[in-house]
Design a protein around this ligand. Structure first.
Ligand SMILES: Nc1nc2c(ncn2[C@@H]2O[C@H](COP(=O)(O)OP(=O)(O)OP(=O)(O)O)[C@@H](O)[C@H]2O)c(=O)[nH]1
Ligand SMILES: [Mg+2]
Length: 504
């Protein structure tokens, strides 16, 4: 437990800008700097619709005889399991998700491998960057049909906002560990996110088919680090399918069903959004209480806007419209929201005639690196603005503000969670919106502290152009701080000497 607490503290300390050591200590006379508000959104543009992105293929009723009628009344809360697959990068989350989809006949045998990695950037790079939700209907060993809502999450730290949001829609999770690697940095990080979100976790040891697999050692590591019983660790090969039937059984037997103690007014948590060029903003929601159906008048509490619901459905794995989404269920909601500004991740949807208090939303992420993004051709600025607005609807961890440069013209200063995140965002702009952009070298934010009379005033600078001339005493810059990471490094005892050796 002591180890666990130490790990929690270390992880909490990571990614926080600490009151860092002064790197410049100067006193000048400057009284003001051009101020900027980080995280301000882009104003809605008035330009024609462009190519847009939708995360699922759509099955319309009657098309190719494929239409399905799913009666959501068949799935009361006790017949629902909502879970995320969480792990370090490359430990096999998407492969396991695939395997579960095939075993439950949610996907036909000929479907693409790693079906949930739908974006071009994901297929090209072989990594997941976007959490994907899929609903599985599965007949359990007790002969009853269950609705399993599965979220495949990314493993890279730059996409950790996708993980923390996904956990808000779940009661349980599969904590996957590659037994050729053991517990790694993100295994610890996602474990703590899951504990904070009060999730029940099932430990799964993956890649036991590999020659140098060490499942016993990994089970012991899991028991020691997370306090999860060794006998609960399921040993599987997501690739060959070995042991995955046990995972499927344990999802039903070992994870809790959704619960709500309170009135039955509609409370739906918006945990993801994307833009569809025909239907506007589509929200993925987890119904905490009550129900929502086509024709209902709903209100998005944070946006303070009212809409009529045009369609609700589940992703199975294509979009299947259903009569209503009910307590404990996860699905999509379309309500003629055309302006992406009105969609807020973590917002609560209620019925107009049954107002409720908002559900706890999500902690916003803090940008770690900033870069300027400019159109190749200055005349393309309005299109770029709209593309960024729509893409950030699908990636809410990016902060956006306008910027202009003498050399590059009008553009944006975007904040990302890391340099991989930045590169993926650039590629998504190209792939999904055909936007060719110039992107400046990434920088970290600095804290500049000014002396104003007897008071010290802090300002965060994310744009090098705004950095004060610290040699000019009129600026009255007292000191400047840079971000630092307070990290704890965990190493197997046998490897400790390597660290010391490298250090010297
Ligand atoms: N031998 C073997 N390889 C596996 C197994 N599971 C996954 N892999 C391979 O491991 C690699 C990574 O698998 P993914 O499923 O993409 O891993 P992931 O955890 O989804 O990765 P991110 O989403 O990028 O974090 C792929 O090459 C898979 O084929 C397994 O059980 N056995
Ligand atoms: Mg993946």
């Amino acid at each position: 437990m002591r180890q666990l607490r130490a790990a929690t503290r270390a992880l909490q300390a990571q990614r926080r800008i600490l009151p860092a050591r002064p790197i410049v200590s100067l006193l000048g006379a400057r009284t003001s700097l051009p101020g900027r508000t980080l995280g301000s959104r882009v104003a809605p543009p008035s330009i024609p619709a462009m190519r847009s992105f939708t995360s699922t293929a759509r099955v319309l009723a009657g098309k190719d005889g494929k239409s399905r009628n799913i009666d959501m009344d068949d799935f009361p809360p006790e017949r629902i399991r909502n879970l995320s697959i969480i792990a370090h990068i490359d430990h096999g989350k998407s492969t396991l998700a695939d395997r579960l989809l095939h075993m439950t006949n949610t996907l036909p045998p000929e479907a693409n491998a790693q079906f949930l990695d739908k974006l071009k950037v994901e297929r090209e790079r072989g990594i997941t960057v976007k959490a994907q939700t899929v609903s599985i209907i599965h007949t359990h060993t007790d002969g009853k049909r269950y609705l399993i809502n599965l979220i495949d999450t990314p493993g890279h730290v730059d996409f950790s906002y996708e993980v923390s949001r996904s956990l808000g829609a779940c009661e349980g999770g599969l904590l996957l560990v590659d037994c050729t690697q053991g517990i790694q940095a993100q295994t610890l990080s996602v474990f703590h996110h899951a504990v904070e979100a009060n999730l029940k976790l099932l430990p799964v040891i993956n890649k036991v088919d590999l020659q140098h697999a060490s499942p016993q050692e990994t089970s012991e590591q899991i028991a020691q680090t997370f306090g999860l019983p060794i006998e609960d660790c399921m040993r599987i090969s997501a690739k060959s399918g070995l042991g995955v039937d046990t995972v499927l059984r344990q999802i039903i037997d070992g994870l809790p069903a959704p619960e709500w103690e309170g009135d039955d007014k509609l409370r739906a948590l918006v945990f993801d959004t994307f833009y569809d060029r025909f239907r506007g903003v589509v929200s993925l929601v987890r119904i905490k209480s009550g129900q929502v159906k086509k024709g209902d008048k709903v209100m998005f509490l944070q946006a303070g806007k009212k809409y009529e619901v045009l369609e609700v459905g589940i992703q199975n794995p294509e979009e299947v419209p259903v009569g209503a989404l009910k307590e404990g269920q996860v699905g999509y909601l379309v309500c003629n929201m055309k302006n992406s500004e009105e969609a807020h991740i973590g917002d609560t949807v209620c019925l107009v005639n049954q107002p409720t208090e908002p559900l706890p939303g999500f902690q916003p992420m803090k940008a770690m690196v900033y870069a300027g993004v400019f159109p190749m051709d200055n005349g393309d600025f309005p299109q770029l603005e709209e593309s960024i607005e729509r893409l950030t609807l699908n990636d809410r961890s990016v902060t956006v503000e306008r910027e202009s440069s003498a050399a590059l013209g009008q553009g944006f200063r975007l904040g990302f969670l890391g340099t991989l995140h930045m590169d993926v965002f650039r590629q998504r702009l190209e792939d999904e919106y055909s936007s060719n952009v110039i992107i400046t070298a990434p920088t970290v934010p600095y804290k500049v502290v000014y002396q104003r009379g007897k008071e010290q005033v802090e300002e965060f600078i994310s744009n090098p152009a705004d950095f004060p001339d610290t040699t000019d005493t009129r600026n009255r810059v007292s000191y400047v701080e840079e971000p630092m990471v307070n990290a704890t490094i965990f190493v197997p005892t046998g490897e400790l000497y390597v660290i010391f050796w490298t250090d010297h």
